[in-house]
Write a protein that binds this ligand. Sequence first.
Ligand code: SF4
Length: 279
Amino acid sequence: MKCFDCPRECGVDRTEKLGFCREQSNIRISKIIENFMWEEPCITGEKGVLAIFFSGCNLRCKFCQNYEISHIGKGESYTPKEFKDLLLSYDLTKFSAIDLITPSQFSSQIYEALKDINLPIPIVWNSNGYEKVETINKVSQVVDVFLVDFKYYDSKLSEELSCAKDYFAIASQAITQMSLLKENIFEKDLLKQGVLIRHLVIPGHSNDSCKVLDFIKQNIKSPIIALMSQFTPIPQSPIQRKLLPLEFKAVCAHAKKLGLDRGYFQELSSSSKDFIPKF
Ligand code: SF4
């Protein structure tokens, strides 16, 4: 079957040919980490999540911290049935949630795997925001929380760093739809259902971050945000410096001025290669 699952709309039969995401027709998983704590506290809770890192990516940002899996594509193959059996093989009560990391290139296969099962913990769709509204409507039937990046406002910037001139047009619609589909519901301090919007401030582009925040303020009801400062230059990145404290402070101040104070503001000390998982 030809793949039109994401906005790239490659139209390739992935059993024969690779599209932009360079993925096959089966799900591929690069790594699974149990009790993973490197997400926001309302997602990880005290137990951590069952983190599943999928191979490939439909955005392939040039500064990606998971370069080995998003660009090089290491991974083990699973049919939807095998993926379902894999999830059911875990004692899921040991985790706060199942964290599906960079899942968009397998949205049809993951939907197929999850559509008939009820799991005891929330399923988190941890994606880059470059997704079709139809796909969001479909996966929202099987996931509970959208943990979504909102990366860029400017089309030149998104083209330069992610080969996606239309990123803002696409992501703004996808994230708006997510927030319409999933009202935020907390149980104690854990987000059981809802949307958490992440934004990584890019060195030299704090104005772009402010425009993303303006959109969130104007269009998303009661948003929970996570502002991140952890940009870490990798050799392949066109941007070869870290974020300056002043740049991050300016974006945080803008968020506060807009009243976007529900969420997380990362410490600048998070910008380190120590925070990049080994694959
Ligand atoms: S999921 Fe992959 S093959 Fe399918 S449209 Fe997107 S980039 Fe292309």
